[in-house]
Design a protein around this ligand. Structure first.
Ligand code: ZN
Length: 260
């Protein structure tokens, strides 16, 4: 009898352990793909666009402590800094994960490091509305003039201590945070832009990377999302475009020029 009970417990173990695994199977597949630089979803692709319009959800403490999270953070950092992208920020929905995670270049800190912010939210908008040029890794070859708050207060979960932290940010750094956290709500800068235009210089600069042929779209992105009832209509503000992004230096200079 005791042996039977032991066998029954063993039979239940896989299911119980499965439920405890951090992230779901599709997410784990995306994170553990061998590529260190991840595929970036683009609005011109219908299934990518749907993914970009799906709001992200927070991480559990178990997920933040897992190797999957460490790997995801490392790969997002490698992706945004890759020569093909050369961006100043990236959000998890852009790499196919409907999660509240952004990697942002802190141009306001010494050394201008890229930093990751899990479960991030904007708590407060501060100051006047300012208008600056923005581009997006998911809207290649385009730029737009976008009104934003001059400052923000953000909160996020420190992945080391699991404590909730807050910080007040201003200037171009605050603009980047607004752009990236918008992604987590399924919002793109083209939804807010006064005008959008083709950035030929950017296309000329990035075309060699786009033609390198080592950047095919994997099959993961067509899988089911977490919350399809986003409240943001898929396709709103969508524009067609060729794959591309912005260079950190150019974006910063453009914004500073307009902010003066
Ligand atoms: Zn973007």
């Amino acid at each position: 009898m005791r042996r039977l009970f032991f066998l029954a417990v063993l039979a239940l173990l896989p299911a119980a352990c499965g439920r405890k695994l951090p992230f779901d199977a599709r997410e784990r597949e995306i994170i553990t793909r061998s590529d260190s630089v991840m595929y970036v979803a683009v609005v011109s692709d219908p299934s990518d666009s749907l993914r970009l319009r799906t709001p992200g959800r927070d991480f559990s403490d178990e997920e933040l402590c897992s190797e999957y999270f460490t790997t995801l953070a490392a790969k997002m950092l490698a992706t945004v800094q890759s020569p093909r992208q050369g961006g100043v920020g990236i959000a998890a929905p852009q790499v196919g994960l409907s999660r509240r995670l952004v990697a942002v270049q802190r141009l306001d800190l010494p050394g201008e490091p890229f930093v990751i912010y899990p479960s991030i939210r904007i708590l407060q908008h501060l100051g006047d509305t300012v208008r600056g040029e923005e581009g997006c890794l998911s809207i290649p070859g385009k730029r737009g003039l976008v009104p934003r708050s001059e400052g923000v207060v953000i909160s996020w979960t420190d992945p080391q201590t699991l404590q909730t932290l807050t910080e007040e940010l201003h200037g171009f750094t605050a603009i980047i945070f607004q752009h990236e956290t918008d992604h987590l709500d399924g919002v793109l800068y083209t939804d807010r832009a006064d005008s959008v235009w083709t950035d030929q210089a950017w296309i000329d600069e990035r075309l060699p990377y786009a033609q390198a042929g080592d950047y095919d779209k994997p099959g993961w992105i067509d899988g089911p999302g977490y919350c399809s009832d986003s409240g943001t209509s898929p396709g709103k503000g969508r524009i067609s475009g060729q794959p591309l992004a912005i260079s950190a230096g150019v974006a910063r200079l453009n914004w500073e020029k307009r902010a003066r």
